[in-house]
Design a protein around this ligand. Structure first.
Ligand code: CA
Length: 229
């Protein structure tokens, strides 16, 4: 369960945000003033905090400053009115991760929430997960459908590169540059060979699993990791 703290003094906006969060399956806790918001942020654990800036009691910028001083690293999105640009910049310097200007579309807020939650998930753990595929950064061990193998350094770097941005298509050139440091045009097929080795380590050929494996070839371009649903 993803827990989100919302500190917002305008009940209408709060209702709108809570409804959006709950429709995503998030559990929303709402506090209507800055003091209660700060107290809750300090004493309960959340995956994400949404902070209005202009609040009675304590402002959103004060709250983010205090929770960062207390070493609470929960990602924070500031919800700002357009006129509060300087507060927004201040919020960033005090440790906010993102901001959203009011009025905003719920789709945009949810997209920002997801981006931060994903980023946090992958930064704070040694394991990157996309669907059924997991990659352990410490042991270089990759798991898929109960099969577990150790990758070589190049295979690991390549797979991690793709898994960091599920759904993004990377060209062979981009992959070559990132994994091998080759930034000139060459006819080599090292990328394809490396991808084949990763697939061979994990795919059960008898079960014809190639099309289900999350590394997808994009013809004439390169590769991507399929997004998990
Ligand atoms: Ca306000």
């Amino acid at each position: 369960m993803t827990r989100v703290l919302l500190v917002e003094d305008e009940q209408k906006i709060a209702d709108f945000v809570i409804q959006g969060l709950e429709s995503e399956g998030y559990q929303a806790t709402h506090k209507i003033d800055g003091l209660a918001g700060l107290d809750t942020a300090l004493n309960a654990s959340f995956d994400l905090i949404l902070l209005d800036i202009m609040l009675p009691g304590k402002s959103g910028t004060e709250i983010v400053q205090i929770i960062r001083e207390k070493e609470i690293k929960t990602p924070v999105i500031m919800l700002t009115a357009k006129s509060e640009l300087s507060d927004k910049l201040l919020g960033f310097s005090l440790g906010a991760d993102d901001y959203l200007a009011k009025p905003f579309f719920m789709e945009e807020l949810i997209a920002r929430c997801k981006a931060l939650l994903n980023r946090n998930k992958n930064i704070n753990t040694d394991v990157i997960t996309v669907g059924e595929l997991t990659l352990d950064k410490v042991t270089r061990r990759v798991n898929w459908r109960g099969r577990s193998m150790i990758l070589s350094q190049r295979e690991f770097t390549l797979l991690e590169y793709l898994m960091r941005s599920p759904g993004n298509v990377f060209t062979r050139q981009q992959i070559m540059q990132f994994v091998w440091g080759i930034d000139f045009n060459t006819q080599t097929n090292i990328v394809d060979v490396c991808i084949q080795r990763i697939r061979r380590k994990l795919i059960n050929t008898e079960k014809n699993e190639l099309s289900e494996f999350p590394i997808e070839s994009i013809r004439g371009i390169g590769y991507k990791i399929k997004k998990s649903d």
